[in-house]
Design a protein around this ligand. Sequence first.
Ligand SMILES: *Cc1c(COP(=O)(O)O)cnc(C)c1O
Length: 814
Amino acid sequence: MKFNTDAFCSFIKADIIGNNKSEYIDITNISVDSRSLQNDQHTLFFALKGGNHDGHNYIDELIAKGVRYIVISDGERVSAIPGIFFFKVENTLEALQQSATFHRDSFDLSVVGITGSKGKTVVKEWLNYLLSEDYKIIKSPKSYNSQTGVPLSIFGIEEKHNLGIFEVGISTVGEMDKLVNVVKPSIGIFTAITDEHGEGFTSLEEKVSEKMKLFKDAEVVICEQTPLLLKYISAVTSVYTWSMTDASANVYGQVSNSSLIITVNQTRSATIELPFTDDTSVRNIMTCISTMIYLGYTTEKIASRLRGLYPVELRMQVKNGVNNCTIIDDAYNADYQSLSIALDFLEKHKVNKSKTVILSDMFKSGYEVEEIYAQLRELLVANQITRIIGIGEHISNYLIGMPNTYLYKDTEEFLQKVTVDDFNEETILVKGARGFRFDRIVTMLEKKTHETVLEVNLTALRHNLNFYRSKLKPETKIMVMVKAFGYGNGSYEIAKLLAHENVDYLGVAFADEGIELRKAGVNTKIIVMNPEINAFSAMIAYDLEPEVYSVRELNAFLKVARERNCYEYPIHIKLDTGMHRHGFLTADLDELIDVLRHTNVVEVKSIFSHLSSSDMPEYTDFTLDQMKMFTHNSDKLIEALEISPIRHILNTSGIYSFTEYQFDMVRVGIGLYGVGNNKTEMQQLANVSTLKTCIMQIKEINDADSVGYGRRFRAQGKTRIATVPIGYADGVHRSWGAGVGYVLVNGQKAEIAGSICMDMLMINVTNINCKENDEVIIFGKDLPVTIIADKINTIPYEILTSIALRVKRIFFEE
Ligand SMILES: *Cc1c(COP(=O)(O)O)cnc(C)c1O
């Protein structure tokens, strides 16, 4: 995007700090992420402020990287620097949106805007595929559909494009107004509307009416024929509808075996072979078909294009690889725009120093190959890639001569010539077009474990953190408990994310856990809740701060700290206010004060206590007594020692039910991992962990046959039994078996048949449409750990922390 600085200032209503002469600038990179290695002299950076984040903190770093154009809101935090343009605005997010509008307005292209509760990304990707032969398309990369994602996508529009396909997601009232002008869709698509993520809305109607604002100037909105949608849409513009039940819709579809019988405006009809037959896919296909019919495609053409439709992989996955490598799997996507996102992702998630990329031929709609590869080279250089592996004819031709680059004509040649031992201690991005079948490369590089995985959704984790943050005063600090391997989820990836979200402290149980985090490069302050005396010296070496719960322990710590010449080493005093686990009782305080008064080897950074029953309304009085004792005893320490420490007592359920006792900090644990106290709280949290595996074998057994150890399941009539490779040694409680519990197979409940074995369990799939290799969910969004815990008389904490370490953890962001 090219513009004059003066024109830009007046469009976004900015003042320039300093007295730079007006310039005509050529921006090739719009950035909101200070960590991106793509920030350079052609970058326009927006210093965004979020709850946990402030782009202003990184201005010096950006300038050092060569960035010259920076949009800020805190004018007092910068001073004029010759040659650097600081554009000072009221609100940097709004300026980002206005700049995107500025950019959008300089093109005259048709735009399809997609909104709805789910299916947005799939519909966008499919339409892109289905229409790409006839249009030069710009689309949102990945699921860039937020208040920042939408403007960033819009900046991708260029002269060459004649169709834009953008998805827009919102989470609360008022957000759509800000995005309408950025997108200005001429054709609207409303995918399904559901109650999910409803937290920012008071009703489904409010949600629909807010989303509809996107289409106030659209010529048509394509959607399912439902009374709710029709009511809101026909008030605004014309509607083009589809339905699976109502023959009066513009496009009426009926599934018969694996075909779809289409009736258009109650006359013309065609039979289209379905590439996917599950309900969700069929509905997304109906949306795509209706859009194509609206655009004038014949049903024959639609049928032939649909044949090539593929499953959409919505996200990049981080996987453990061979020889201590980490793999970022983006194996089904070769569009150039998503490459820069993938490279930023690689930089953020790299575990090892070396970065390798494995790329196939790349595509960019409207571009000549020469141009694409010239840009690709620059991008790879800017990202400081250690080793580049190019697979494909074009990439081999155009990357020849680049340093540290290895080229192969196709995936077969790569697989023949390269072995796993060619990779060692590196983070590898695997990104290629579907036809290259890079999934084979991922399979080769992946560490082989059994097929059971615990998927950890880092986006959901961030959502939950923000949920609890939103309940607190802005100045209240947050400590996150990552003890017990991050409640079973994996501590390192989570700690890294939390560090980026500027969490103030991390809490671990034992020194070892803290040391692991330090070794992995986590710099956040860490408190060790169960410090063992023989670990004190290691703790000091790794900057880990002890909880102090007794005078005996304090004296032992002082001894080690003195030997190491510590001065004002941070410690955290634990008061026992009724939990009767660790901590100082009222009677112990004088002795504690006496010891602390006579030393400057340590400094009391915080004073805290722990609630025993914050989740139990019947013990509210007890909890309030704990608060009283905590206030009283911490006051006493503060006065006697003349200190001003951080005070904290609330855990997750405390934050929810006793918000007014947040003091200076809270300690979030289980809530971050998506487990709340009650139904309302649960609905506002996002599911973080999904334990899944797949069916190994299916067999049919006869009436009265038995299944498993002790013959605890007896068939009634012919019965289909599936064997699943997960057992109690993986963390599925044995009491969940033998008729008590169930798993989900293709969304349906399958009862666990007989006793759970050590490494396997059997399920009854007689009435379930499934085959070998189909996915089996042990717990996740649709089968929450809270339900399992209730049924087998334990608590979600135990279920999560019981998942064996042999279960591979996969982390992903949406
Ligand atoms: C584990 C723990 C927490 C977190 O509790 P949740 O109920 O998981 O939020 C807070 N404080 C202390 C001292 C803990 O040990």
